[in-house]
Design a protein around this ligand. Structure first.
Ligand SMILES: [Zn+2]
Length: 176
């Protein structure tokens, strides 16, 4: 079997949301990048939570707003926790973790385990790949069209491939 399998042919279990057609409020939040003056970001986050069946608690609303009002980004629980404290929203790191995992379960976020110890949450849950800037601990999106996975191992009995995450690690070029 030397058949070349491309990612597009793999049964990807999640629904891919076309940015153009996206009707999720999260897409509307992204458009503005920063919270707009005439719109009410909390209102959008409330809808977003309702749409995925999560009760809009104060914590989810506040953390959701902090997460999604700044456009596509990759955050760790620690970073979001710091942002919450700076925004004078007292919340424990454990709650931040729980909320991030709840958002991930309903598809609002994508979890990215880059290093064994470091997990990032991507506010863009659509399929795409990443550059990881070593040393800076920073993730940058790669458009999915720029990555082609040519050979994928067969999933073990009883499993199917859910998705493929490609992380391309970068470091500054050495001089000389
Ligand atoms: Zn990303």
């Amino acid at each position: 079997m030397s058949e070349i399998i491309r990612p597009a042919h793999i049964a990807i279990s999640r629904v891919v949301i076309d940015e153009e057609d996206a009707v999720l409020p999260v897409a509307r939040l992204r458009e503005g990048a920063a919270p707009s003056r005439n719109g009410c970001p909390f209102h959008d986050v409330r809808h977003m939570l309702r749409d995925v069946g999560l009760r809009p608690t104060r914590q989810r609303l506040a953390l959701g707003w902090l997460l999604f009002a700044k456009g596509d980004r990759h955050v760790s629980a620690e970073i979001l926790h710091e942002e919450a404290i700076k925004a004078r929203f007292p919340v424990s790191l454990a709650t931040v973790y729980n909320t991030l995992h709840q958002f991930t379960e309903v598809g609002l976020l994508r979890e990215l385990a880059v290093d064994g110890s470091k997990t990032y949450f991507d506010t863009n849950p659509t399929d795409h790949h990443h550059f990881f800037l070593e040393g800076e601990n920073n993730l940058v999106d790669i458009p999915s069209a720029q990555v082609e996975v040519e050979r994928v191992p067969e999933a073990p009995e009883g499993y199917e491939i859910a998705r493929i995450d490609v992380v391309v690690r970068l470091r500054p070029k050495r001089r000389g």
